[in-house]
Design a protein. Structure first.
Length: 500
């Protein structure tokens, strides 16, 4: 059941509930008003009747005939005309009075005669009986009239029913239109909100480019269409070299603006049928449907030419360099994930060879795939403590004493065993983990040096840093903070650049 139908049913249901409540309240108000009017009318009538019967100028026969006439008139209109003596007993002269319809007991609710004009209601079997009484001037006799309710409410019910039906039709008509209008408004808002959520889920928040999920969807559709047309397709993966240095030196806002301008420049040189997506961080991808390899290379050259121009951001001139990997359908694969993986491998090959771009080559697959795997596992290794420091002593030849040590990091891989720095330092530099690795090594070395000092050994520790670490402007302050934290003099720590 759609939202419009639900909204319509809910509104009509509420309208009907309100309508019945309104009808019930209106009925009881009208009924009470009718009873009051009936009681007042009875009181007026009974006074006039009592005065007529009390007229001294009339003889007894005339009074009796007049009373019989009134009794017949009242009976035909569902009234009961009664004479009561001073004890409240009904004077039973059936030739003059109509039967009391078995109400003798219930009439005790009125109370004994008071011989004054009065009126009220009595309740019999859940129904209201209006009554009025007036004294006759001769003797201690009270004239009482009771209105039987069998048909008294028929005009009232007819009036209320007709008004209720008319009001109900009007209320339901208004409710239907109100429900349709409100349902339409809410449906539009819900659809707009749903569309916004879908857009956010499928687009990058910074650049508003399609994200990885949307790229894979479009790639899958393009693969089907390209296969049916017996065409080719190219997928590019682009990675911005040294983007972390921009963030560290100029700040993340400048880095965000750089990524935004890069997305604009790349989009400007592509066809409308092409898709540029941001995979995350400084990594982008470009989908080129119906494209042969030579055209894909031309597109790469256009992108490179657009990005080789300097970017001016907050008065900072920034030069960029991209590494681009190319994977082709159907030559390199038929599945979206496969093509994306192969384009990623080709990109790392371009980065490693410093060639700007590279086409996927299965001969380099195993080597590059291994490096990609190590790049993913290195982050886990740092977090889970798989790294270990070994200390190579520095010996003073003349004295033969140990006057220092060089910290050498090793990766104790759970499956491959010990991995030497030559195999993962370059990966750390390319994947942006080099600073995280340096932080771990420096803090571990400072801890060890402090332990030696506490045991009486004054041995300096030398640590090798990558040239990439020099771009981290926060590193000196961080080292000072750690030296103070572990109460280690600065001269106990030596920092060296790796030989390469």
């Amino acid at each position: 059941m759609n939202i419009k139908r639900r909204f319509l049913l809910a509104t009509i249901s509420i309208a009907l509930v309100v309508l019945f409540l309104f009808g019930g309240v209106a009925y009881y108000i009208a009924r009470d008003t009718e009873i009051l009017k009936e009681t007042a009318l009875l009181q007026t009538q009974i006074k006039a009747t009592a005065n007529a019967l009390s007229d001294q100028s009339l003889d007894q026969k005339t009074r009796d005939d007049y009373f019989k006439f009134l009794a017949k008139i009242y009976k035909s209109h569902t009234y009961i005309l009664i004479l009561r003596d001073q004890n409240g007993d009904i004077i039973t002269d059936t030739d003059i009075l109509p039967p009391t319809s078995g109400l003798t007991t219930e009439l005790t609710q009125i109370g004994p005669p008071k011989f004054i004009a009065r009126s009220g209601n009595i309740t019999i079997k859940g129904q209201n009986y209006p009554w009025a009484a007036a004294p006759l001037q001769q003797g201690n006799i009270e004239l009482l009239v009771v209105h039987k309710p069998q048909t008294a409410e028929t005009p009232l019910i007819e009036t209320i029913t007709s008004r209720f039906i008319i009001a109900g039709l009007i209320v339901i008509w208004i409710a239907v239109w109100a429900a349709l209008i409100l349902a339409s408004v809410f449906t539009k808002r819900i659809h707009a909100h749903h569309a916004e959520l879908q857009y956010r889920a499928s687009h990058d928040g910074l650049t508003q480019l399609p994200n990885r999920s949307l790229l894979l969807q479009r790639l899958e559709k393009s693969l089907v269409a390209t296969s049916l047309q017996n065409q080719q397709l190219a997928l590019l993966v682009m990675d911005l070299d040294h983007f972390k240095e921009v963030n560290d030196t100029l700040g993340h806002p400048v880095g965000d603006q750089l990524l935004l301008q890069i997305s604009h420049r790349v989009s400007a040189v592509l066809r409308n049928s092409d898709t540029v997506a941001r995979l995350g961080g400084d990594e982008f991808s470009v989908l080129l449907p119906n494209t042969r390899l030579e055209h894909a290379i031309l597109c790469v050259e256009k992108i490179s030419a657009a990005l080789n121009k300097s970017f001016i951001i907050e008065e900072n001139e920034i030069s960029t360099r991209f590494s681009i990997g190319i994977a082709m359908f159907p030559e390199h694969g038929h599945a979206p994930d496969t093509l994306l993986k192969y384009a990623d491998i080709a990109m790392y090959q371009a980065k490693r060879n410093n060639t700007g771009y590279s086409i996927y080559n299965a001969e380099h697959d195993s080597y590059t795939l291994q490096r990609l795997t190590l790049a993913r596992e290195l982050c886990t290794a740092i977090e889970e403590g798989q790294l270990t420091l070994y200390y190579q002593p520095k010996i003073d030849i003349p004295t033969g004493k140990v006057n220092g040590a060089e910290a050498l990091v090793r990766w104790q891989h759970p499956e491959q065993g010990i991995i030497l720095p030559d195999e993962f330092i370059g990966i750390a530099e390319q994947s942006g983990l080099i600073d995280t690795l340096a932080y771990w090594v420096i803090e571990a070395a400072i801890k060890q040096c402090q332990k030696w000092r506490a045991s009486g050994l004054k041995i300096k520790i030398a640590i090798n840093l990558s040239a990439s670490n020099l771009h981290n402007t926060k590193l000196p302050d961080w080292i000072e903070k750690k030296l103070n934290q572990y109460d280690l003099p600065a001269e106990m720590l030596e920092l060296e650049l790796t030989e390469n």
